[in-house]
Design a protein around this ligand. Structure first.
Ligand SMILES: [Zn+2]
Ligand SMILES: [Zn+2]
Length: 157
């Protein structure tokens, strides 16, 4: 994937990212080997998903924050990014080291979810909701202080 330098290209339609924890801090991150890095000026709160697909693609469960795709700058100078297509969604990963970085619903490409574990600094981001809580593996102790959903009907995609 080529560099996606998108900021400032136009007055882009703003996407509702949901309740913000720390709305406007510049966030940076990257994969394990450093081949893929990114930055975004805004992230939504943390959403966890314990569905089977998220479990397998992440190795445990997905914790991700929504970013506006138009404002997410991905740097991939060695063309390391790959996308694995699940049909209803796809996830972006580094082909060199295997890190999973991004997630996009097929019908909502304007939003890219960023895997929280790939952020350089995740401070100030709060957990908002837990999806597919019923499918969480027994070793995962779920935060009882946020809504649990048995599916992603609350808006996960
Ligand atoms: Zn990598
Ligand atoms: Zn999921």
């Amino acid at each position: 994937m080529a560099d996606a330098k998108l900021e400032g290209t136009s007055r882009i339609r703003r996407v509702n990212l949901g309740r913000m924890s720390d709305t406007t801090r510049l966030r940076t991150g990257g994969c394990l080997c450093g081949g893929v890095t990114y930055e975004t000026p805004q992230l939504g709160p943390i959403l966890q998903c314990h569905c089977e697909n998220c479990r397998r693609l992440s190795g445990n469960f997905v914790a991700a924050c929504r970013a506006e795709t138009e404002r997410l700058v991905i740097r991939d100078p060695e063309d390391s990014m790959g996308w694995h297509d699940l049909g209803y969604a796809r996830y972006g990963f580094c082909r060199s080291c295997g890190s999973t970085l991004f997630y996009q619903a097929s019908d909502k490409r304007e939003i890219t979810s960023v895997m929280v574990g790939t952020l350089n600094d995740a401070s100030g981001l709060d957990l908002k909701e837990i999806w597919f809580a019923d499918e969480a593996q027994p070793h995962n102790i779920l935060d009882g202080g946020v809504p649990h959903h048995s599916d992603n009907a609350a808006g996960l995609s």
